[in-house]
Design a protein around this ligand. Structure first.
Ligand code: BES
Ligand code: MN
Ligand code: MN
Length: 457
């Protein structure tokens, strides 16, 4: 691996500049104003994969944003690693809080600031540069396939069908993903689970039009008041979720599993300081690590209605809205939970309003094995470059396609992420530490090496 490391050390500046080119493209999947940029980003990813040594790369059109597929088959009898990542990013707003433009990547204090720096352009591109290093130094030991999609941040609506339609082409031995975080550089870790998701939108209608709040207020149901009460009732005094049947399929961890989970290095005081002291909140009877790792949650993501412009307007609005998402754990099913939510929300609506509930995207939770050849390869790879065995942890985020890799292609996943929880993903001033970027590029070839070696025995 020495030549590979040498190649990487000699090309650090190039590796940064090339990432910056990608970060300059505003590939915001949620906003159709940026469709051309998103398509341009797919082309750029494809080109980068060809330059890194793939012998085939294509941009596959879908009903939404394109999927980039690439491969390099060195010997069909060797194991194949399918690397997944995404080139789309979250919208950058609120723009005013960024210290430098979200699409003008800048290094400050050893950190790359840009939307997508960590989630997921920076992490995805580590695999492209790792491939380049292995290819240039003749150290490639596995076949490689890449799927880099442009719709992860909007729920991957077209990737599921793509997997179905391309089962033969996507044959592989393992899926490798860097789109999660680790505890810290001192405490490297591997996420061994992701939560599922059920994302809902609700609309509550009171009067058939906006009314004068003096003439009618106090005598006609205000949908914002009603919606607020309904929302407030979704958690009880212990912050348990009140939707009937919500916890039916949730299995509690046994004592040993709880102890293992809570033995991970975690500093609650430091955690509190990230936001505002006293901000820690959640389901009674569970620790912070349990609340984000293994318990399901319900969060309000947005709420609006009535007058929100400048100054004041005395209006009794006709409608109020909210976006509500639930994070799910193994055995909960996203569709079933959506149905339970819809039934519950309709049930608690008083008859002086009407409610409409719609479903956005969803996805299932996953737990990845820790006794597999692939997990051991990741463990050894991290040990080789960090000098420490990684700690298995449970992540709170979701990557809906991971469950489908298993369901559709029969493939397990290793979540070898190099982000940190303070990388501000989805927030203003997203960043990715330069050292994490290079550490990832250094570690990935070791994964390939150990996966090839351990697969043989
Ligand atoms: N990379 C994240 C998920 C993530 C972040 C997992 C940190 C573990 C640690 C991914 O891009 C993401 O943001 N997913 C969305 C779901 C999607 C359907 C919008 C999420 O978790 O909210
Ligand atoms: Mn991501
Ligand atoms: Mn994301």
């Amino acid at each position: 691996m020495d030549n590979c490391s040498k190649y990487q050390n000699e090309h650090q500046e190039k590796f940064l500049n090339e990432l910056f080119e990608l970060l300059r493209i505003p590939s915001i999947s949620a906003d159709s104003t940026y469709n051309d940029d998103t398509a341009r980003c797919a082309e750029a990813v494809k080109e980068s994969l060809l330059k890194a040594g793939c012998d085939h790369a294509e941009v596959c059109q879908t009903a939404g944003h394109p999927i980039v597929y690439a491969e390099k088959i060195i010997d069909p009898s060797l194991p194949t690693i399918l690397t997944y990542g995404h080139y789309d990013v979250q919208p950058p707003d609120p723009l005013g809080l960024w210290l430098s433009g979200p699409f003008e990547p800048t290094i400050r204090d050893g950190k790359i600031f840009a939307r997508g720096a960590c989630d997921d352009k920076g992490q995805m591109f580590m695999h492209v540069k790792a491939l380049e290093s292995m290819n240039e130094t003749n150290l490639l030991q596995c076949n490689v396939k890449f799927i880099i999609e442009g719709e992860e941040e909007v729920g991957s609506p077209n990737l599921g069908p793509f997997l179905e339609a391309n089962q033969e082409k996507l044959k592989a031995d393992i899926v490798l993903v860097s789109d999660t975080s680790m505890i810290s550089m001192e405490h490297p870790s591997i996420e061994t689970g992701l939560r599922g998701l059920a994302y809902m939108e609700v609309e509550v209608t009171g009067p058939n039009r906006d009314l004068h709040s003096g003439v009618y207020g106090g005598a006609v149901a205000n949908p914002i008041t009603i919606l607020s009460k309904m929302i407030a009732s979704l958690h009880d005094e212990n912050n348990h979720i009140t939707i009937e049947g919500f916890y039916d399929n949730v299995t509690d961890l046994d004592q040993a599993e709880r102890e293992a989970l809570n033995s991970a290095p975690f500093d609650l005081d430091e955690y509190k300081k990230r936001f505002r002291d006293k901000n820690v909140w959640g389901e009674k009877g569970y620790t912070t690590l349990e609340r984000t790792g293994v318990r399901p949650t319900l969060e309000l993501n947005g709420i609006w209605g009535g007058y929100i412009g400048e100054g004041a307007k005395t209006v009794l609005p006709s409608k109020a809205f909210a976006k509500i998402s639930m994070r799910l754990v193994p055995n909960q099913n996203s569709n079933e939970i959506s149905k339970l939510f819809t039934a519950h929300f309709n049930k608690i609506a008083p008859d002086y309003v009407t409610v409409k509930v719609t479903e956005h995207h969803g996805g299932e939770a996953v737990v990845t094995p820790t006794n597999s050849v692939a997990y051991k390869a990741a463990e050894k790879a991290i040990e080789a470059t960090f000098g420490k065995k990684p700690i298995p942890t449970r992540g709170g985020g979701s990557i809906p396609i991971i469950a489908l890799f298993e369901k559709t292609l029969g493939l397990k996943t290793v979540l070898m992420g190099f982000g940190l929880d303070n990388d501000n993903i989805h927030s203003p001033n997203e960043k990715y530490d330069v050292v994490n970027y290079f550490k990832g590029i250094e570690t990935i070839p070791y994964f390939h090496k150990y996966f090839a070696e351990l697969s043989k025995s």
